[in-house]
Ligand binder design. Sequence first.
Ligand code: 13P
Length: 303
Amino acid sequence: MSLSDLQSEIRALLHERNAILLAHYYQREEVQEIADILGDSLALSIEAARTNADVIVFAGVHFMAESASIISPDKTVLLPHLGAGCPLADKITPVSLAEARKKYPDAAVVTYINSSAEIKAHSDICCTSANAVKVVNSLTDARQILMIPDGNLARYTARFTDKEIIPWEGYCPFHHFVLPEEVARAKAEHPGALFIAHPECNEAVVAMADFVGSTSAMIEFCRKTDVREIIVGTEIGIMTPLKKQNPEKIFISPSESLVCQTMKLITLENILASLKTMTPVIKVPEAIRIPAKRALDRMLAVR
Ligand code: 13P
């Protein structure tokens, strides 16, 4: 079947099942093309809370589908490939978090949305890369913040708060291993280009950036700038909306590291199969869902 036949069949089945397709910017181009909502982690969580659909098909990774299930327990949440995990989310376990809580008994735990439902359940509040600074500064009673599991996001956030940030030493292997030398090479090859980075990049790379932000903030920045050449320090899936929205601009990836293999496991074929069979379903047990929802709701209330 051709890509466009697959796309048409998916759209028809989405309609038939009163289903909505949510896709992250790191998804394959042909998946992004047929999404009802394309967005960053924060926008997709907000949409999962707001939709009237009966079924949410998540073109993203496991923690994103879990978050949808936590927020909307009455909806059927489908993740078309169960292997689509997040290596960053796997960098912390409930046992290691419990130990850290003992070590820092006064610290509030701010948990990046790239984490398992169980970790969220043991957290005070969640954040995404789009709202991390706001979330941390909203905790007026906390002086010390344990930020898990992304150390790079924690160190970046620390620049915008007076609170003491204790970073967890987790990282996204795709962002973290972009090298300053690679960015320097891209800059040398494209003099005059701007460099923009996701806060999951390592500190040395973030220090080289003209702009740092979440995927949606990076997209907005690229739309607004008059500079024609931009080196993009995040996963290459973002090139799809960037090129579409800015056909006159040139976007350069600085590193071969920036391909999230698990995001790419979602394909038109498995989305179609998932809608036909209504599997695999992501369902978070109530004992975890309720405390995890508290942490997500607290985040969604931060404006
Ligand atoms: P955003 O929230 O910026 O879309 O980032 C999600 C993510 O998983 C980054 O690796």
